[in-house]
Design a binder for this molecule. Sequence first.
Ligand code: NGQ
Ligand code: ZN
Length: 447
Amino acid sequence: MTTIFAAQALTPAGFSENVRVTLAGDAISRVETGVAGQPGDVRVGALVPGLPNLHSHAFQRGMAGLAERRGASADSFWTWRDVMYRFALSLTPDEMQAIAEMAYVEMLEAGFTRVGEFHYLHHDADGRAYADPAEMSLRILAAAQATGLNLTHLPVFYAHSDFGGRAPNEGQRRFIHSLDGFARLLGRIRAAMTRPLDRLGIAPHSLRAATAAELSALVATHEDGPIHIHVAEQTREVEDCVAVSGQRPVEWLLAHQPVDSRWCLIHATHLAEAERRGLAACGAVAGLCPITEANLGDGLFPAPEFFAEGGRFGVGSDSNVEISVAGELKTLEYGQRLTRRLRNVLAMGEGSTGASLFQRALAGGAQALAAPTPQIAPGAPADLVALADAANLPQAGETILDRWIFARDVTVGDVWAAGRHVVREGRHIARDAVVARYAKAVKRVAG
Ligand code: NGQ
Ligand code: ZN
């Protein structure tokens, strides 16, 4: 049995002092506040629930920093995608697992305790299914298990290169399924999932990659579990959607699919006012990936209006170019400050901006990943992040969140995921072995 004594902890009632948390297996069994620490307790500074990372393409961690060179033509999301496709085509299952383990180690070290892995690298390099068609998904499951990260696996249905059911291109050959093949894949993955806290959902890649009929068939045959889809990330995608359907992407989805609290719309960057209100009202989560959206030049999500309308959001590290809880939340806020020339925009009222962002991302992230809401309360999963304050300054808990997110002089010290103490003094317990395998994989692929 593990007991943690925290000088401060974020409980459902807010920050409390002198909190003793007892873990039993993968859950919290007891929370005592205003008590003294005892011999044998792990002593920490501020204890907060682990944040869900609702959107990741783990393999892209292996090309982080390799697409920051300008080519002969103006670079854009689409030229980045060409580089990414070439990288994706070269990976073996062993290499993909090694890169995923590196990404997952960094997620845990950042304070994420669950990942939504939006996984589309399914087939062998020639486009044919592996002997086990779930080979690559099993590697994702293995990487999550090896590192201790909770997983919501989101196998991707991908069938077309663009709106109007256009045939997939050569660069997409490892991603492609028929509806029947996809159903078989899901069955195989379901049978292979063994950890009780892991979850399975589906992810039609985008309105480019799945037709209206395919989307309806997928939704009709999956009556529970999360549904994630990329939507309205780039303005070209919005224009193409209007040209083909007469509607903007989010407008089309809200009109043609039963979008509700099971759904997570990834990016949803470009929203007309009616789309923004409709998305907020339907209870779906907006899956924001602020660092990747900045890196790819996507645009800015209308966060303050959406939050004011009751819209839910969570954050994802997406391309994994930088894996950081603090960085995602800070980038979300700074985008608003830069364009509006204001400060503390997403505090959404008086008080701490960091606490507002963190609490909203916690609830939205858990909803999107079909996970119980992370909280420091008996019965909740033991997904916990201890923040270390090097200067040990006496101050209210919310300021600790602001200093973590904006100043980074508070950092992640210890992390427990599903009750396992996997990060100690800021380092994942398997970091050295994972880095060695990661380096070998990336050196081969990147030459
Ligand atoms: C992806 N990533 O699937 O990895 C996409 C790019 C696409 C982002 N959208 C490919 N950030 O959307 O076609
Ligand atoms: Zn994505």
